[in-house]
Design a protein around this ligand. Structure first.
Ligand code: SF4
Length: 293
């Protein structure tokens, strides 16, 4: 046993159990080159889906921990509206019409049909019956052949003729300018009333909730509801009133062009990095199970 030189004491273990100044294998993090202060970390994580044709995988930007994600946060809503304005700056109702009455009829006929289909039928329809009174003089059966191609033609004929008769009997043949009176017309619910009030009279009484607005509002997590009236209430709470009319036109166009029901064209969508819909076809962000069509 080697003797310690006089005046020296043997080394004792430290309280932590680690010996002082013992060289340890560097951890991978410690050995990585340090980033300069203030530089942003690149998003990492598993990619959701591949960008078609690119052969590369897009990184997913994770929702930051610490601050709870709020899909209804005012700055997120403002960003959605801003991007919709850039995408669809001047969109209007796609149904061909020259009066409130024609728009009312076209909207009734558009249920479960396409605007293109309705626009094929209405020019001849309004040439044949040019006034509300002309429609009011018909029986539903007489109108059926003229609207047959729009589908559900028996119910639609009943609604159009019923609405015309009611307008002539109670409103002097004029389409009323308020929601309550419009809702007394046969075949007219809030969606049709909102279309007429918003698109013709420019009165923002509510938000049009058709199939596109229903689907996209859920995808964008502006609502979790399925009932059109509840969806409308949710949208009226988060969308500023002065945007109600334009917002529904923009969303309807978005639903036709990009955010289509079966395979939304997410790769081309300017809302992509703020959309977390569960059924996205391509994504750079986390998808949320509540946000779906
Ligand atoms: S990213 Fe996709 S699902 Fe989301 S709004 Fe755009 S098209 Fe629709």
């Amino acid at each position: 046993m080697a003797l310690m030189p006089r005046g020296q004491t043997p080394r004792q273990p430290t309280r932590t159990g680690r010996q002082d100044r013992v060289a340890r294998a560097p951890s991978p993090a410690a050995s990585a080159p340090k980033k300069p202060r203030g530089s942003k970390a690149k998003p990492v994580g598993k990619p959701a889906l591949d960008r078609p044709g690119s052969g590369t995988r897009a990184p997913i930007a994770k929702v930051k921990k610490g601050k709870a994600y709020n899909p209804l946060a005012p700055d997120r809503i403002a960003e959605i509206l801003k991007r919709l304005d850039q995408l669809y700056p001047d969109v209007k109702c796609a149904l061909t019409h020259t009066s409130a009455w024609e728009l009312l009829v076209a909207t009734i006929l558009s249920a479960q049909s396409t605007d293109v289909n309705v626009n094929r039928v209405t020019p001849e329809l309004f040439r044949k019956y040019p006034t509300v009174e002309a429609f009011a003089a018909l029986t539903p059966e007489q109108l059926e052949p003229d609207v047959r191609s729009t589908g559900f033609f028996r119910n639609k004929s009943k609604s159009v003729v019923g609405a015309a008769k009611k307008l002539v009997a109670d409103f002097g043949g004029q389409v009323p300018l308020n929601m309550n009176d419009l809702l007394t017309l046969p075949g007219v619910a809030r969606k049709t009333a909102n279309v007429v009030l918003g698109s013709w009279f420019k009165i923002a009484e509510g938000v049009v909730v058709d199939t596109h607005v229903h689907r996209i509002s859920r995808r964008l997590e502006l609502t979790t509801q399925n009932d059109p009236q509840k969806i409308e209430q949710d949208l009226m709470r988060v969308i500023p009133r002065e945007k109600w009319i334009l917002f529904s036109h923009q969303i309807i166009w978005h639903g036709r062009k990009l955010c289509i029901a079966r395979k939304p064209k997410c790769v081309d969508c300017p809302l992509e990095n703020i959309c977390h819909a569960a059924d996205k076809t391509w994504s750079t962000v986390d998808m949320h199970k509540n946000a779906k069509a």
